[in-house]
Design a protein around this ligand. Structure first.
Ligand code: V0V
Ligand code: CO
Length: 152
């Protein structure tokens, strides 16, 4: 984006807010709330065995998917999932914010050059075969921050 601060760590790499991740205990009732009350559409659902979660993406279909901000519902598949730990500690609620970047490798390299620690040494697989990494909430003002590069 031409008006991004050129001297910031990520410069113009961040395109916008890709999704908001919500930890849920009861996936069906969370889907019902987001569709029947908020009127969002269920756009995608998958199991992520690496993150040990079921992910459901909701939003408004149509338009340019690459500019859309979605809601990601996350239900744990096992007790070892980060989402299970979150639910145990906090109950259901906002678990992370995900910022979309053009190029995750460039973004991670820029963060590392500026001593911003990343959770993973290498990108992991995110929803719809995206590539993801995270900044720990302790390094991001108390919010878990995901950086995501959509597939293709
Ligand atoms: C922990 N803390 C949080 C937090 N999780 N604060 C805000 N938001 C969260 N989500 C705080 C917690 O209250 C403690 O604060 C401190 O961090 C504890 O740190 P910890 O011992 O490292 O806590 P853990 O063991 O709960 O692990 C936290 C991390 C874990 C961030 C390391 O959640 C993780 O690995 N996250 C990355 C993977 C992930 O979140 N997957 C689910 C989404 P005090 O008490 O010290 O003040 S997967 C996804 O989004 C996908 C696949 C996608 O495609 O988008
Ligand atoms: Co996410």
């Amino acid at each position: 984006m031409s008006n991004a601060l050129p001297h910031s760590v990520l410069g113009s790499l961040v395109e916008g807010l890709d999704h908001v991740g919500l930890a849920v205990g009861d996936l069906d009732s969370a889907i019902a709330f987001h569709t029947e009350v908020l009127g969002l559409e269920l756009l995608h659902r998958e199991e992520n065995s690496d993150q040990r979660v079921v992910e459901v993406m909701l939003g408004r279909s149509g338009g340019d998917g690459r500019r859309r901000t979605e809601v990601q519902l996350l239900a744990p598949l096992t007790a070892e999932s980060a989402v299970a730990r979150f639910l145990q500690r906090n109950g259901p609620g906002l678990q992370h914010l995900a910022y979309r970047v053009h190029d995750l490798d460039d973004a991670c390299a820029a963060l590392q050059r500026h001593a911003v620690p990343l959770l993973y040494p290498l990108p992991r697989r995110g929803t719809r075969a995206s590539r993801i990494n995270f900044i720990h909430p302790r390094d991001a003002g108390g919010v878990l921050v995901e950086i995501v590069e959509p597939a293709g």
